[in-house]
Ligand binder design. Structure first.
Ligand code: PEP
Length: 247
């Protein structure tokens, strides 16, 4: 039985005051939730978030990490540093990293290796563009992203995969529950061919304009084990409602 997981990706949002306010609400407001709940603030807000979440059921993750262990890599933050700080999760291969930072599947794979070695639990994002979907390439694109990131890793225990169709991120467009379920089923099938993954135990999250109004229908699908939430994760009431929808 896979416990539902709801992860807030705060992207480049927040201030010390807003992090205080949001986590002040969420730390108590999600206690007793049926789903596991995590938040991923910016690097500069991680320490503050970890302190605010201490003693609560909320866990904390980063939105990225370096593929290198340490050294002259200006601006980078290593997986070890995140683990030492107390982070549990790291999001890797988000479409905004792929789009704005030219992250390839090879780079995502190297980041995943670094995260595994540091003991972080990775949330690996995959998803097709609208054009790729319209051309009938969605499964091929997602399958290649999965293989590219997951092949030849030392250990994939605790891996989480987030299916985030690029055309649904921050657009207000959501895949229908059936479209999302079809791709999640395909992802679970594809994981079967990857060494070190137990497809039945691997949690698959849907991401792309998840809101209080559509979360329950998505979560009711047999292969959807929760959500990676962007915009709605910044509003305590909305995020709490999504967490509740997993009950
Ligand atoms: C995301 O960035 O991971 C995301 C799913 O964003 P949104 O919920 O805003 O579409």
């Amino acid at each position: 039985m896979r416990q539902k997981l709801v992860v807030g990706n705060w992207k480049m949002h927040g201030s010390r005051a807003s992090v205080d306010a949001l986590l002040g609400d969420l730390a108590g407001g999600t206690a007793g939730a049926a789903a596991e709940v995590a938040v991923c603030p910016t690097y500069v807000h991680l320490d503050q978030a970890l302190k605010l979440c201490a003693g609560s059921t909320l866990s904390v993750g980063a939105q990225d990490c370096s593929h290198m262990a340490s050294g002259a890599y200006t601006g980078e933050v290593s997986a070890e540093m995140l683990a030492e700080l107390g982070c549990r999760w790291v999001i890797l291969g988000h479409s905004e990293r792929r789009q704005y930072h030219a992250e390839s599947d090879d780079l995502v794979a190297a980041k995943l290796a670094a995260a595994i070695s540091a003991g972080l639990q990775a949330i690996v994002c995959v998803g097709e563009t609208r054009e790729q979907r319209e051309n009938g390439e969605a499964e091929a694109v997602v399958g290649a992203q999965l293989k590219g990131a997951l092949a030849d890793q030392a250990s994939l225990e605790g891996l989480v995969v987030a299916y985030e169709p690029v055309w649904a991120i921050g657009t207000g467009l959501t895949a229908t529950p059936e479209e999302a379920q079809d791709m999640h089923a395909y992802i679970r099938e594809s994981l079967d061919g990857i060494a070190g993954v137990d497809p039945a135990q691997t949690r698959l999250l849907y991401g792309g304009s998840v809101k209080a109004g559509n979360a329950a229908e998505l979560f009711a699908q047999p292969d959807i084990d929760g959500a990676l939430v962007g915009g709605a994760a910044l509003v305590a009431e909305d995020f709490r409602a999504i967490v509740e929808a997993a009950r």
